[in-house]
Design a protein around this ligand. Structure first.
Ligand code: AHR
Length: 322
């Protein structure tokens, strides 16, 4: 397509693409040959309803924006994500986006992308790296804030509840670390305490398994704080199987607000959900275009989110997109 536009315009575009690090446009076989932006996206996996909605959003938005998407599913393994990113570098894509399965261990591969002049956009989750020049921007939620919202709600609605069990997300993942931190800060100095905490890996089966174990080993459970809806839904199954009533005998707070979670909230089986929006696709494609044009982008783009009570869930469900 570049060959069809005017020479002057092509020169400007090429200069902009090269200046902002889009790779060797002359030999990439992507931008130079067809004028299309190619994005390599390394997804975490398909561990939750949130992730499925996020993948759909990215695929649909790429198509709508005319961006060619190379997509890989790392099945929640960091080594798979690193392999995918290396393969995108080899293929000389124009831009790489990824949602890091864990926070640490990215510097080497991100440096390889930087040396290949391929800009990287962090999507959904952050990396724990001192060198912020390794990526252009980070688009996603404020997970500490989400944890705080969960804790604040509990503080105001605890009644006689004291003992909280926590179902953590994937060990080492930004949302697991930050949601824990925010929640703990919010309940500090109150009678509420986390009496047991374990990872359920953000999956429904993981949440169920861990909750089954908690129900056997923890004498009094008043509240479940699950770092996502799926683990909360797994916990509901375990609670019912133990002859207790979820939402009544044991209060449940989750994060995400996907349809299954919202349905359980509307039915009173979950008591409160903190929203985490997976609909990042449009913003991601917009940021990618700006980065490739050499435009300034903010270092951090925070997703707008809300919270839901059962009544609010009932009202929101008919038009809920995910
Ligand atoms: O990073 C976002 C988290 O990852 C979502 O809350 C969870 O459901 C997903 O697996």
């Amino acid at each position: 397509m570049l060959k069809k536009i005017t020479t002057a315009a092509a020169a400007v575009m090429l200069a902009a693409l090269t200046a902002c690090g889009s790779g060797d446009t002359a030999s990439s076989g992507t931008t130079a040959d067809d004028g299309k932006i190619t994005m390599g996206f390394a997804q975490v996996g398909a561990e939750s309803g949130w992730r499925t909605a996020n993948t759909k959003s990215i695929q649909e938005s790429a198509e709508a924006a005319g961006i060619e998407l190379k997509f890989s599913d790392a099945q929640q393994k960091q080594e798979n994500q690193i392999k995918a990113i290396r393969s995108y570098i080899q293929q000389k894509v124009d831009v790489i986006a990824f949602s890091p399965v864990v926070e640490t261990g990215w510097d080497t591969v991100l440096l390889e992308a930087k040396r290949a002049n391929i800009p990287v956009i962090l999507t959904d989750r952050a990396v724990d790296s001192e060198d912020t020049s390794l990526y252009k921007t980070f688009l996603g939620s404020d997970f500490v804030e989400e944890g705080k919202k969960a804790g604040e709600w509990l503080k105001a609605n605890a009644g006689s509840a004291v003992n909280v069990v926590e179902l953590q997300g994937t060990t080492g993942a930004a949302p697991a670390i930050d949601r824990k931190e925010g929640f703990e800060k919010a309940i500090a100095g109150t009678p509420l305490k986390i009496v047991a905490s374990q990872t359920g890996d953000f999956t429904r089966s993981g949440g169920k398994q861990v909750m089954e174990a908690f129900l056997k080993s923890v004498p009094q459970i008043d509240v479940v704080y699950a770092h996502n809806d799926d683990m909360g839904l797994g916990a509901i199954e375990a609670i019912k199987a133990a002859g207790k009533v979820p939402g009544k005998d044991i209060k449940i707070i989750t994060v995400d607000a996907v349809k299954d979670g919202m349905t359980a909230l509307a039915a009173g089986e979950i008591n409160f959900i903190v929203e985490c929006s997976p609909l990042l696709g449009d913003q991601l494609m917009d940021l990618a275009k700006k980065v490739l044009k050499g435009e300034e982008v903010p270092a951090r783009v925070v997703t707008e989110e809300t919270t839901f009570t059962p009544e609010q869930a009932k009202a929101a469900l008919p038009t809920r997109k995910y």
